[in-house]
Write a protein that binds this ligand. Structure first.
Ligand code: GDP
Ligand code: IMO
Ligand code: MG
Length: 440
């Protein structure tokens, strides 16, 4: 059996989609275990193979042009013909978004993606984003406004509605009615909530879910069988360590487990089965949304990183805050997740900088030098980065295929990170395209 986890080591958008797409070329299953449509995983690829028997309209004899697909709910391995996607129980699934994503994938692949949806995953319904807005989480935390927090809260409060409820229409109708009435009582006079008619909503969702209800199944059984049969299963994290509900920069976090424990709780696969835990990090740091960010670069250089790296939210288009690599945070992520290897992404974006700061520790006004990432917000907020400054390089590295082809300063930058974290960097990404990688 081969089980591989790919986990964000920072605040998200590290390139999990790209790496997952590349690693699942030889995989049988690709599994999402947390989050929902707050995830935006962009994959850039040259061409999706057209299935036998389907006329290839685009086959003009010209070299294939890069295309892209932005995954929200479906795992990023789904572009490959032989890789089935699994939406695990730890997810919150917006049925409207799922139908739209399946439709878009079908159009791209000229074939239905092979998907399995956990019968115990929770549904995110149209009242969840409304509640999130009413509660002010959107403005206070700068969430993605998709309703993620309220959907997970329903789950924790044991009033959540699961995908299996769709298979029992009367049960589903009753639960929608109960939850909506409850919300209308909590938020009286809110026209957006009052406008929703529970019967109509339930009918609407039941109707549209007919597009995927035959894929709702026991995904735990499915994955255990696959692993016993020595199939390759890749678990694709959404969000990242510092957005994890327990270990992230609370309360500026998401509402699910984005660290390795999420594979157990969100897909039902025991941790000792995971052979490789790949931590993925940008060569610098970004964060979208409010919350502490010790190495944030607030000068024009930060803006420069934003534009060079096209650091705009994949889903919301929001500007990502940019700063330097933070080894204190990465050590923390590595400790929590037990990374067996790292993927270093977007190294190309640093080309042309005279020197590159990299934080190796923090300074706190009363605690002096800090080496361990503080989980208490009040302490973290007062930390300043202690930087080492490494020399930059000017050569275009986006076509490099071998480590030896990188300029010596870029190689030193990679080795510096490896030596500090004591984890091998197995792949370096030097461009958005799926082929732009240096394997080591
Ligand atoms: P995810 O949420 O972790 O999957 O990451 P996103 O897809 O939200 O954001 C990563 C962005 O960086 C996407 O637009 C990718 O196409 C892009 N990207 C990935 N790897 C590289 C790279 O090595 N270099 C550059 N320049 N862009 C990259
Ligand atoms: P991927 O999978 C970056 C951030 C939001 C906000 C906080 C809580 O693409 O890396 P939520 O809507 O989840 O309640 O918002 O978490 N956030 C992300 N930031 N990438 C993501 O996903 C994110 N998903 C949520 O910006 O700060
Ligand atoms: Mg993203």
């Amino acid at each position: 059996m081969t089980a591989i986890a790919i986990l964000g080591a920072q605040w998200g958008d590290e390139g999990k989609g790209k790496l997952t797409h590349v690693i699942t070329r030889d995989a049988d299953f690709c599994v999402r275990f947390n989050g929902g449509t707050n995830a935006g995983h962009r994959v850039v690829f040259s061409k999706v193979p057209v299935p036998a028997g389907v006329e290839d309209e685009e086959d003009s004899g010209m070299p294939p042009q890069p295309q892209e697909f932005k995954f929200n709910l479906v795992p990023s391995g789904a572009l490959h013909e032989h890789c089935a996607g699994v939406l695990g129980n730890g997810m919150v699934i917006d049925p409207y978004a799922l139908v739209e994503e399946i439709r878009a994938l079908q159009e791209l692949k000229h074939a239905e993606p092979e998907l399995y949806i956990s019968q115990t995953a929770h549904l995110l319904l149209p009242y969840h984003p409304l509640v999130e807005k009413l509660e002010g989480a959107k403005s206070e935390l700068d969430t993605t406004a998709k309703g993620i927090g309220p959907a997970y809260r329903d789950k924790a409060a044991r009033i959540g509605i699961r995908t299996s409820d769709l298979l029992f229409p009367e049960v589903f109708r009753e639960k929608v009615k109960r939850n909506l009435e409850r919300l209308q009582k909590i938020w009286p006079g809110q026209s957006d909530l009052e406008k929703i008619n529970s019967q109509q909503l339930a009918d609407d969702v039941l109707k549209l879910s007919s597009a995927f209800s035959d894929r709702i199944t026991d995904t735990v059984k499915l994955l255990h069988k696959a692993l016993r049969e020595k199939k390759t299963v890749v678990f694709e994290g959404a969000q990242a360590c510092l957005l994890d509900l327990d270990f992230g920069t609370y309360p500026y976090v998401t509402s699910s487990t984005a660290t390795i424990g999420g594979v157990g709780s969100g897909a039902g696969v025991p941790p000792q089965w995971i052979e490789r835990v790949i931590g993925i990090t940008k060569a610098y740091t970004t964060r979208v949304g409010h919350g502490p960010f010790v190495t944030e670069e607030k000068s024009e250089l930060g803006e420069e990183l934003l534009y060079r790296g096209h650091e705009f939210g994949t889903i919301t288009g929001r500007k990502r805050r940019c700063g330097w690599l933070d080894l204190v945070a990465l050590r923390y992520a590595s400790m929590l997740n037990g990374f067996t290897e790292l993927a270093l992404v977007k190294l190309d974006v640093l080309t042309g900088l005279k020197e590159i700061p990299i934080a190796t520790a923090y300074r706190h006004p009363s605690k002096e030098v800090i080496h361990n990432f503080p989980s208490v917000l009040e302490i973290l907020n007062q930390c300043e980065p202690i930087y080492e400054r490494l020399p930059g390089w000017n050569e275009d590295i986006s076509q490099c295929k071998e480590f030896a082809q990188l300029p010596p300063q870029a190689r030193d930058y990679v080795r510096f990170i490896e030596n500090h974290l004591e984890i091998p960097i197995r792949v370096i990404s030097v461009g958005p395209a799926d082929e732009a990688n240096i394997w080591r």
